[in-house]
Write a protein that binds this ligand. Structure first.
Ligand SMILES: Cc1ncc(COP(=O)(O)O)c(C=O)c1O
Length: 322
């Protein structure tokens, strides 16, 4: 569906209809699937072809619809849906790393992400160096020939520090390291992370993708080769797969993500602007305000000028490109 705008893909991409031709996506609440014969079962366990499924921890039609729709929105070749955002962060990192590897990570991380980088990975022999994610010189100094991956939140939770995806990706790729980008705060609406160089993009779908506080979920996105060859074997054998019911909620959430996220961004922009007039406040941190220390980077990186929600001209330009 690449010829359609994101707005259309958010509603239609990934749809798979059953023999009934339903309009709304079906929820396949099943853990397993039946086979026409013992030989067909054996064959499917050897190699899954096209639209086949064998066990819901490995894949499920409703989950697949969600994975394909989000991959289409993100501009990724493939996706694996996870039980939560943290299952996605953990799966993205541990599926690709081994003892002896070196990782460089931004220090400004959501607490659970920091726990994985600071506590879990070193326990299994992965060395992690932390840098100020805003400072390219620190990335340059920390990335070594044996660096296997870099990790950062593109906009950090909660301090809203922004990492230059294109510049860090260039440094990482120069030594053959993979770039893993937790893109939760950017959302698929404002993300161009893969086009800017990220190899793996991770979302907590619990936030803007569901958008209505109903379920936990997460997603790992990347190339077909990486998702099928590295992420899927790890996730399907370790049990962090998304439930079909939650996948259906996320599919419904994606239909309205653009409208909700833009409205939220505009409201947050107005609140930030009003607060910035308040003399009793020492600092107002909002990436859309020209006073944010990385405002130029935000305009370049997050669907150019997307957060300048005060200019009608910019808004019109953005709406026509989404
Ligand atoms: C940046 C970031 N990454 C990952 C997560 C984890 O997501 P979940 O709560 O769905 O596991 C969060 C949750 O707040 C987050 O803000």
């Amino acid at each position: 569906m690449t010829e359609y705008r994101k707005r259309t893909r958010a509603v239609h991409a990934g749809t798979r209809r059953s023999q009934y031709g339903e309009v709304s996506e079906a929820i396949f609440m099943t853990q397993g699937f039946v086979y026409d014969s013992a030989e067909a079962a054996e064959q499917r366990f050897v190699k899954i072809e096209g639209d086949e499924f064998i066990y819901a921890r490995y894949g499920n039609p409703t989950v697949k619809m969600f994975e394909d729709r989000l991959a289409s929105l993100e501009g990724a070749e493939a996706a694996f849906a996870c039980a939560s955002g943290m299952a996605a962060v953990n799966g993205a990192l541990t599926s690709m790393l081994k003892a002896g590897d070196h990782v460089v990570s931004s220090r400004a991380l959501f607490g659970s992400c920091l726990y994985i980088l600071e506590e879990i990975l070193p326990r299994y022999g992965v060395e992690v160096s932390f840098v100020d994610g805003k400072n390219l010189d620190e990335w340059r100094a920390a990335i070594r020939p044996d660096t296997a991956a870099v990790f950062f939140e593109s906009v950090s939770n909660p301090a809203l520090e922004v990492v230059d995806i294109a510049a860090v990706s260039e440094l990482a790729h120069a030594v053959g390291a993979k770039v893993v980008c937790d893109n939760v705060f950017a959302t698929p609406v404002y993300s161009e992370a893969i086009a800017q160089g990220a190899d793996v993009v991770v979302y907590s779908a619990t936030k803007h993708i569901d958008g209505q506080g109903r379920a936990l979920g997460g997603v790992i996105l990347g190339t077909e080769e990486h998702i099928r060859g590295v992420v899927e074997p790890y996730m399907k054998h370790t049990g962090g797969s998304l439930s079909p019911f939650s996948a259906w909620l996320m599919l419904k959430g994606l239909e309205t993500i653009e409208l909700r996220v833009r409205a939220q961004t505009e409201s947050a922009g107005r609140v930030a602007q009003a607060l910035s007039q308040e003399s009793k406040l020492a600092q107002v941190i909002y990436p859309g305000l020209p006073t944010h220390p990385q405002h130029d980077l935000v305009e370049r990186q997050m669907a150019p000028a997307a957060l300048s929600s005060f200019s009608t001209q910019v808004r019109e330009k953005l709406h026509s490109s989404f």
